[in-house]
Design a protein around this ligand. Structure first.
Ligand SMILES: NC(=O)C1=CN([C@@H]2O[C@H](COP(=O)(O)OP(=O)(O)OC[C@H]3O[C@@H](n4cnc5c(N)ncnc54)[C@H](O)[C@@H]3O)[C@@H](O)[C@H]2O)[C@@H](O)CC1
Ligand SMILES: [K+]
Length: 580
């Protein structure tokens, strides 16, 4: 699993490494700049000596990286023009050093739109479009771009405005808040970037839809900080002790105990006591399936998933969910529907069992069966008074001490997936919302999320004016705390959060993009996948993470032309490929 960092965490890691004496800021900047140049070389080997670059440098260390890039490209024989936004005298120390190093080699012009157009006019003589390097703002963006900078960036477009061969962003496209992926001020679109080079770890914002849509390819460059920060602590202590001239082991111990150094306190605070990390889901999460055991002796050992269906003509969504639950390995799957819909469902279901559920009393009777250990409720359910009673029955009978199923382990509540119409009902009825418990997984899309958590959604929708902006990660975490259960906030950048702060991102972007997954019924299958894994005994967070990861993998494995019915059918291929 890869940890995604916030700007503050990245800063803390860098500062602690610098404070420990492990590395200097200047060395980190040199590695960052070199990483950008190497990434350009690897991406476009045809660009070599004689190529041209326009480097846009900002007033902070992102600009410092830009000056390193300019120098290294110049040394490699490129023609390089450098523009600076800001005053050289106000550059932070490391950026200033690299500015000075560059001015020994070439000129620095003040950045404005006229200067960019003038430079293009001069260039048109040799008819060679440059690579534009955007090193204006990185993790330090704190407010919206001024109009003049916004105009400069907007003028850089492949098709109109100033022409260039490639666009490279250092850390991120400037103007984007790296914690949220949002353009601060939201008054222009992030410039399309062919290559975005970031350092040490990808940041949370890199995996949000808005930013990922603007970036062709993301490369993470190792700048020598790539060790477990926790594991580095002894070295940090040792480095700090050495800096202060404490040489004996006893002295070092005393120093640690006294926590005298501000830098050490900083390292402790930021590296040890930081928030739960945000994890990017990768192939490893599906290995949990393997750990949970895939084959078994008895169908009940893989649990019994129950999916509640709507009335006549409304059963398709529940059937998709049921098929998903079955394919992902629930031992038994039953669809419960109103008596009038039995015939329709019977005609469409084989391996999935069918039960008539006339009303909530019938449902409560049925849920006396302790083997039913996971329930999926919501797809195609309906939102009338009968359905309110059904959802209440499901929630009430699944709280602690009730409805214990064989697969969910003694003493734990029956696990639930609450999706679609059931989410709408929860949003309308505080009493129902109050029945949520830690065995539930809520799976809202944007509209459902806004109905359930209107104030949180409003905060997320508000135009961000300062960085770091409130992000989908923040919103999902807050929602999970309020609901007291796992919340899976859907989208190409699905965020999953638990009330204890665990959080992960399943990003169907970059090389995992699957735009064809946005098809009717795909959410119903996802609800079924999660329900099936809960029946198998997965914990709610783990079930949600694994299901959403496999869901995207099924879509990618099938490819364009996918319809929701294909998703469960693709699962065996995906599981086989995973060696399960
Ligand atoms: N700290 C380090 O040691 C390293 C930093 N690196 C680079 O440094 C970047 C972070 O540097 P900084 O923290 O200096 O931040 P930035 O360079 O991203 O920007 C900060 C500067 O921009 C100003 N600013 C923010 N928003 C503005 C706006 N809308 N309009 C005008 N000015 C604005 C701030 O006042 C500050 O002067 C990283 O993204 C990375 O590119 C790398 O060199 C690796 C090492
Ligand atoms: K940038």
């Amino acid at each position: 699993m890869t940890e995604l960092l916030t700007a503050a965490q990245m800063r803390a890691i860098e500062e602690a490494a610098i404070a420990s004496g492990q590395v200097t800021g200047l060395e980190l900047m040199e590695r960052a700049g070199r990483g950008v140049v190497e990434a350009i070389g690897e991406e476009w080997p045809e660009l070599r000596a004689g190529s041209r670059a326009v480097v846009l440098c900002g007033p902070g260390n992102n600009g410092g990286d830009g000056f390193v890039v300019a120098r290294l490209l110049w040394q490699a024989g490129w023609g390089v023009e450098v523009f600076l936004y800001g005053e050289p005298g106000k550059l932070p120390p490391d950026a200033r050093v690299n500015y000075e190093r560059w001015v020994e080699l070439g000129a620095v012009e003040a950045l404005n739109e006229d200067a960019l157009f003038q430079s293009e006019a001069n260039r048109s003589l040799d008819n060679q479009d440059p690579v534009v390097i955007d090193a204006l703002f990185g993790t330090g963006l704190s407010r919206p771009l001024t109009q003049d900078i916004g105009r400069c960036l907007s003028s850089l477009h492949h098709t109109d405005g100033i022409s260039f061969a490639k666009h490279v962003s250092v850390e991120c496209p400037s103007g984007v808040c790296i914690d949220s992926g949002e353009v601060l001020g939201r008054d222009y679109l992030p410039t399309d970037t062919d290559l975005c080079v970031t350092f040490h770890r990808a940041k949370v914002g890199h995996y949000t839809t808005a930013l990922a849509q603007a970036v062709g390819k993301l490369i993470v460059v190792d700048i020598g900080l790539d060790r477990d920060p926790g594991a580095d602590l002894p070295e940090i202590y040792a480095g700090l002790s050495a800096m202060l001239g404490i040489s004996t082991q006893a002295g070092v111990e005393e120093f640690r105990a006294a926590a005298l150094s501000e830098a050490m306190e900083y390292a402790q605070k930021t590296l040890v006591e930081r928030d739960e990390p945000v994890v990017l889901l990768q192939a490893g999460c599906a290995e949990e399936l393997g750990k949970a055991g895939w084959t078994g002796e008895h169908k009940y050992s893989y649990g019994h998933a129950f999916i509640l269906s709507g009335g006549v003509g409304k059963g398709g969504a529940a059937r998709l969910a049921a098929r998903g639950a079955l394919r992902i390995g629930a031992g038994l799957v039953t669809v419960g529907c109103p008596p009038g819909a039995l015939q329709e469902n019977a005609a469409a279901l084989d391996a999935v069992m069918l039960r008539s559920v006339a009303d909530s009393e019938a449902l409560r009777d049925m849920l006396e069966d302790p083997r039913i250990n996971a329930i999926g409720v919501g797809p195609g359910l309906g939102t009338g008074a009968r359905e309110v009673d059904l959802v209440r029955a499901v929630l009430e009978t699944s709280r602690d001490g009730k409805g214990r199923g064989s697969g969910s382990g003694a003493g734990t509540a029956r696990r639930l997936v609450i999706d679609a119409d059931a989410l709408t009902l929860l949003a309308k009825d505080e009493g129902l919302f109050g029945l949520l418990h830690k065995g539930c997984v809520l799976t809202p899309h944007g509209g459902e999320f806004a109905r359930l958590f209107p104030d949180i959604a409003e905060r997320l929708e508000a135009v961000p004016q300062t960085g770091p902006a409130y992000s989908k990660v923040d919103a999902t975490r807050e929602a999970a705390v309020r609901a007291g259960c796992v919340v899976l906030f859907k989208g190409p950048d699905t965020v999953i959060a638990a009330p204890d702060g665990q959080c992960s991102v399943n990003a169907a972007v970059y090389e995992r993009a699957a735009p064809w997954l946005a098809t009717a019924g795909s959410g119903d299958v996802l609800a079924g996948f999660i329900t099936g894994l809960l029946a198998r005994g997965f914990e709610p967070m783990q079930a949600a993470e694994t299901a959403v990861w496999l869901h995207v993998d099924c879509a990618r494995s099938f490819g364009p032309g996918l319809i929701a019915d294909d998703l469960p059918e693709e699962l065996p291929t995906v599981l086989r490929r995973l060696g399960l």
